[in-house]
Write a protein that binds this ligand. Structure first.
Ligand SMILES: [Zn+2]
Length: 142
């Protein structure tokens, strides 16, 4: 799992502290050891981690797509396939939403707290849909 190690190495101290606070329980022993190794490499104490986590990553900027839970902008696109009704029946579409790499939160799939986040969710800022690939290809040749 070299990728996981480089992911950890590339986090700022604040991100690492936030990542640990939200996610450490999700990992098995081997990965936890890597997380703890990264903490000792940076010589961070438990108290420092707690302070970094409390300081947080939050950036309150409506124009920026940040995680509403931890404030990180390290989001990745998660794709789900859903059947949706349209005028001609059902079509399968890809729903793309953003999940936070730091705390694992997906704002499109959770109830939102706070007015700004509710507005962002209602505007569909956290979610995009597109036709599933074979349908796009199918339409190209008909
Ligand atoms: Zn987050």
């Amino acid at each position: 799992m070299k990728d996981f190690e480089s992911f950890l190495t590339n986090l700022t101290d604040e991100e690492l502290a936030t990542f640990i606070a939200y996610r450490i329980e999700d990992f098995l022993e081997g990965s936890r050891k890597k997380i703890i190794a990264e903490v000792s490499k940076r010589s961070l104490s438990h108290l420092e981690l707690k302070q970094l986590y409390e300081k947080g990553l939050r950036i309150d900027d409506i124009s920026n797509l940040n995680c509403p839970q931890c404030g990180s902008d390290k989001l990745f696109v998660e794709t789900d396939y859903e059947l949706r009704q349209n005028g001609r029946g059902n079509s399968e579409i890809a729903v793309e939403s953003n999940r936070c790499r730091i705390c694992g939160f997906n704002p499109a799939k959770s109830n939102q707290k706070g007015l700004i986040n509710k507005i962002k969710q209602a505007l569909g800022l956290y979610e995009k849909t597109r036709l599933k690939r074979p349908e796009i290809d199918g339409r190209m040749f008909t």
